[in-house]
Design a protein around this ligand. Structure first.
Ligand SMILES: [Zn+2]
Length: 81
């Protein structure tokens, strides 16, 4: 098969609505073993929405708290009195 390289320019896709095909699966959740149904557009889900919420809150790693500088009292060697 013949192949060659072509230049692909960078482009931005504008926000748009896309019609997706969703299906409602009836299944048994693997975690709570409850019969549930879940609408999905991907493969068959394994967990119910309560065990695996659709918008799982991402645990973003907070930047490590920097040690706050402590107030310090500096002793001056020069006596101005
Ligand atoms: Zn569940």
């Amino acid at each position: 098969m013949a192949s060659k390289y072509v230049d692909v320019h960078e482009y931005t896709v504008r926000a748009h609505k896309r019609l997706i095909q969703t299906r409602v699966f009836h299944f048994v959740c693997k975690e709570c073993n409850q019969t549930t149904k879940r609408e999905t557009y991907g493969p068959r889900p394994l967990y119910c929405e309560s065990c695996r919420p659709p918008q799982a809150p991402r645990k973003s790693l907070q930047p490590s708290q920097k040690a706050k500088p402590r107030p310090m009292t500096y002793k001056s060697d020069t006596d101005l009195g």
